[in-house]
Write a protein that binds this ligand. Structure first.
Ligand code: GLU
Length: 444
């Protein structure tokens, strides 16, 4: 195996990628970058029906948005010959056999085994078929599936997260590597690719632990180097509930559209489930330097999308107006007011989407909120409000004049005016709000 660290992120393009996929992508990315190695984006598209180009593009767009740049792309659909060669090698060494059971028959076998208190492992009945019997089954049912014949011995590896893992080969069904319709399945394709591409580290979800056991045996059979494996825990919802049903709404694309900052997502996902604290890290280099896979635990990791909001808000507060100039200009904020607008709003937004509400308020005027007991007071105050445009001194001089005229002071003076002008009881300092106000609806 080469000295160079090589990792891969290997999504199947059968849907939008979500936070669970991101955890896998990020860990593999960080390992490669920390070691000065290579990060491969491998598209696992051997399923011609479910794989869609739209999703391949989506995966690339999501990774680009996050700044997880890959060194090269590999596509399994372009490597089918390699997998056929490996399949032939397995046949030649008598580790690959054709089986003809229907799904219903297999299901029945499993039920019988479970009833007898036995583990539901495929009974290898197909191994007893002679050529004539196979021919007859083929004529009746079409091509069979191809199963890899596992050795019934212990498979052990030292897992980067789980520590020492040991799986009894006899407790696992011989995996199907090629379907009856000829489709190469992920397990075989993945072994061939990991071996040929010199992948040194494979990080994936703990739902792959059994796969890893069988893949190690296939790698041994084909004579490939076995990478270092690490299996991260699966994500659950905030209450520990399965996340799988909600993953649709946690697609990276949706988080992006909701205005979540990539820096927030990366900061959370690169540390969640580890003994390191989650804090905002705006530079990828800091994430890379501080990453250590051995600090991740094996128990399920709670994920709450709400946590992305304060991190996003915090990130936005670190930005200068120049960083968001395009966004602000797109709202129609005049260039001369951009700096003031950002200064006033940046600590009062959760995502950049919230800026529109603020600009609407400044440019169109807010619907005034006026309590009954303040009606007269506000009317009087509005009579004293100078014509615009306002400046930084307007609020001070105006409220002094209103105080003088009405005798009101403190909260009783300021709050009704704030509510009348902005429609809200909270918000930025009114002296900085005034210069941005283009329309005052409360004038009546
Ligand atoms: N395509 C597989 C998946 O998305 C890849 C698993 C692996 O990393 O080996 O689950």
């Amino acid at each position: 195996m080469s000295d160079k660290t090589i990792t891969r992120f290997a999504p199947s393009p059968t849907g939008w990628i979500h936070v669970g996929n991101l955890r896998t992508a990020l860990m593999n990315y960080l390992i490669a970058r920390k070691a000065g190695g290579e990060f491969i984006l491998r598209i696992d598209d051997t399923d011609p029906v479910r794989s869609k180009e739209e999703y391949v593009d989506g995966i690339k767009r999501d990774l680009d948005w996050l700044g997880l740049h890959w060194d090269r792309v590999e596509r399994q659909s372009l490597r089918l010959e390699k997998y056929q060669e490996a399949a032939q090698q397995l046949r030649d060494m008598d580790r690959f056999y054709e089986a003809f059971e229907t799904p219903t028959e297999l299901d029945l076998k499993r039920k019988k085994q479970l009833n007898m208190g036995k583990p539901p492992v495929y009974d290898r009945a197909a191994l007893t078929l002679n050529d004539a019997a196979k021919e007859a089954l083929r004529a009746e049912r079409g091509e069979g599936v191809w199963r890899f014949k596992l050795k019934h011995e212990r498979i052990v590896w030292n897992d980067g997260i789980l520590g020492d893992v040991s799986i009894d080969g006899a407790s696992v069904s011989d995996p199907v590597l090629i379907r009856g319709d000829g489709q190469i399945l992920y397990t075989l394709a993945s072994v061939v690719d990991d071996t040929e591409m010199g992948v040194t580290h494979v990080v994936r979800g703990s739902d792959h632990v059994t796969n890893t056991g069988t893949q190690i045996q296939i790698m041994h059979a084909l004579g490939g180097d076995v990478p270092t494996f690490a299996h991260h825990s699966l994500l659950t919802g905030p209450q520990g509930e399965a996340l799988s049903k909600r993953l649709g709404v946690l697609a990276l694309k949706d988080l992006r559209e909701a205005g979540i900052a990539p820096q927030a997502l990366l900061s959370l996902m690169s540390r969640l489930g580890s003994s390191d604290p989650v804090e905002l890290r705006t530079e990828m280099s800091t994430l890379i330097d501080g990453f250590n896979i051995s600090r991740f635990g094996s128990s399920p990791t709670k994920f709450d999308a709400e946590d992305l909001k304060p991190l996003t808000a915090h990130y936005l507060q670190t930005l200068a107006v120049t960083d968001v100039a395009d966004h602000i200009a797109a709202l129609g904020v005049p260039e001369v007011q951009a700096e003031q607008f950002w200064a006033v709003t940046r600590e009062n937004i959760t995502t950049l989407h919230d800026l529109k509400g603020w600009w609407d308020m400044f440019s169109l005027g807010a619907d005034p909120v006026i309590d009954d007991e303040d009606r007269e007071f506000v009317a009087q105050a509005m009579g004293l409000l100078p014509e615009g445009p306002f400046d930084a001194a307007t609020w001070g001089t105006w409220t002094a004049a209103v105080k003088e005229a009405t005798g009101r002071k403190g909260k009783g003076l300021f709050m009704p005016l704030r509510k009348a002008l902005t429609g809200q009881a909270h918000g930025p300092d009114m002296s900085s709000v005034m210069p941005l106000l283009q329309v005052v609806k409360a004038r009546g």
